[in-house]
Design a protein around this ligand. Structure first.
Ligand code: IMP
Length: 427
């Protein structure tokens, strides 16, 4: 049976989804992005070459696949065009026959990026969200405020100019009077974006019907999530979250299909936890073990280059991720990074208000008040980066995986032991 799969990040993003999407794309026919924007950064290593994609679905590297960008994405026209150029240079075909953008996809405008930047600059210390500065929040705000610019607006530039004027009215008051910054004119914005919009035009498509036709034709679909469950605008560590719903159920709204389309939900989880940007992180390690993991795992954000904060695996957050997404299978990444650590701690519960709890507190900032309760498991020293089967892993590594499965009641079906496609164990 052709199972349609969703891939979601189980924690705060950067779980290594790019590699898993790339791998599973080889068995799919159509790959769809349904939320987020150029705040995502999927790092892929193919034949030793590193490729970072922010917007174009990672499946594009498989030349015979169709890649779709759904209405739930906020697309930066400039970044999109840069990615097209980069892919063309790498001899990857990126014609409109295999890459399509929904008419309804909202576009990120220069004023969204400026607003994102000015807001972050204005916030002091602990208030800063630590956004990627890609204009994501302001673009989603405009969508909800019904003043957004959509990809389909490329078809009527007169209409688009009027929409720009309308969208800029309130923003210019903010720019001038609150941020002490230069206002923007609709004409200047239009001049800047017009060449990119010309490039985008041929890529416009009815993504909902593309998906429907693919399903009717017996094709297999892979929905590629960006960011992670605990960055979800509703269910994440609000306000330190991104501005879209990152949970699997947003596939339907963000791509234009019904719930019954989804068969399998794969939660990608790193063998330890990382986070970029601000916000609570109960199992964060601020000692030399955290530094060791950060360096050994090359934990730098793919989009901003920021150092990622590192910590132990947190099964309490993951338990909630299973609940929020109905995860049917885990893909565990970067297991090789843990090699050489004498012992591994895994957070199985929290101490909160003198009680032991197994799911995170639900009120805002509750996560900053918990104390992790750990189980300690023995580590392993062997280099596992060339191991091909589960049975060939050191006993301690197998125990670590079995422990996760037992605690969360979800199988770990894929184990990644290095960045290359070949460094993957299917269990
Ligand atoms: P924004 O999505 O740029 O508004 O950033 C909001 C928060 O989400 C910040 O903490 C970012 O660091 C985080 N974030 C956004 N996209 C990603 C991602 O792809 N990986 C990890 N963190 C992300």
């Amino acid at each position: 049976m052709n199972k349609n799969q969703v891939i979601v990040g189980s924690l705060w993003g950067d779980e290594g989804k790019g590699k898993i999407v790339d791998l599973l794309s080889s068995q799919a026919d159509v790959i769809v992005r349904y939320q987020g924007g150029a705040n995502a950064g999927h790092t892929l290593v193919v034949q030793g070459k590193k490729i970072i994609l922010h917007l174009v679905p990672s499946g594009i590297l498989h030349k015979e696949k169709i890649c779709l960008i759904g209405n739930g994405v906020v697309l930066d026209p400039e970044t999109f065009c840069e990615e097209l150029e980069g892919l063309k240079k790498a001899n990857i075909p990126v014609g409109p026959d295999r890459l399509k953008i929904s008419y309804k996809t909202h576009l990120i405008m220069p004023y969204h990026k400026l607003l994102d930047k000015l807001r972050e600059e204005k916030k002091s210390g602990k208030e800063k969200i630590g956004t990627t500065g890609r204009g994501i929040g302001p673009a989603y705000e405009d969508k909800v405020a019904r003043v957004g610019i959509r990809a389909g607006d490329c078809l009527d530039f007169d209409h688009l100019k009027k929409k720009l004027e309308n969208a800029l009215k309130e923003k210019n008051v903010l720019f001038k009077n609150y941020f002490d910054s230069e206002p923007m004119s609709a004409e200047e914005v239009f001049e800047k974006i017009a060449p990119y919009l010309e490039t985008i035009k041929p890529y416009l498509a009815d993504i909902s019907s593309e998906i429907e036709n693919a399903i009717r034709g017996g094709k297999k679909i892979l929905f590629e999530g960006a960011q992670g469950t605990h960055l979800d605008i509703d269910h994440g560590t609000y306000p330190f979250v991104t501005s879209s719903n990152t949970v699997a159920s947003n596939v339907c709204a963000g791509a234009g299909c019904g719930i019954k389309v989804i068969d399998e939900i794969i939660g990608v989880v790193k063998s330890y936890t990382t986070r970029v940007g601000s916000g609570p992180f109960p199992t964060e390690l601020t000692d030399e073990i955290g530094d060791h993991i950060q360096q050994k795992g090359s934990e730098f954000g793919a989009t901003t280059g920021r150092k990622r904060r590192c910590g132990w695996l947190d099964l309490v957050l993951l338990r909630e991720s299973v609940r929020l997404n109905s995860i049917t299978k885990f893909a565990l990444t970067k297991l090789d990074v843990l090699s050489g650590l004498q012992e591994l701690k895994v957070c199985t519960a929290y101490r909160y208000n003198s009680e032991t709890i197994y799911y995170p507190p639900q009120h805002e900032n509750g996560l900053s008040l918990v104390e992790p309760i750990y189980e300690t498991l023995p580590g392993w020293t062997a280099d596992i980066s060339k191991v091909k089967t589960f049975s060939d892993l050191p006993k301690e590594a197998k125990d670590y995986i079995n422990f996760i499965e037992d605690q969360l009641n979800v199988p770990v079906g894929i184990i990644s032991v290095g960045p290359e496609r070949s460094q993957t164990i299917f269990k």
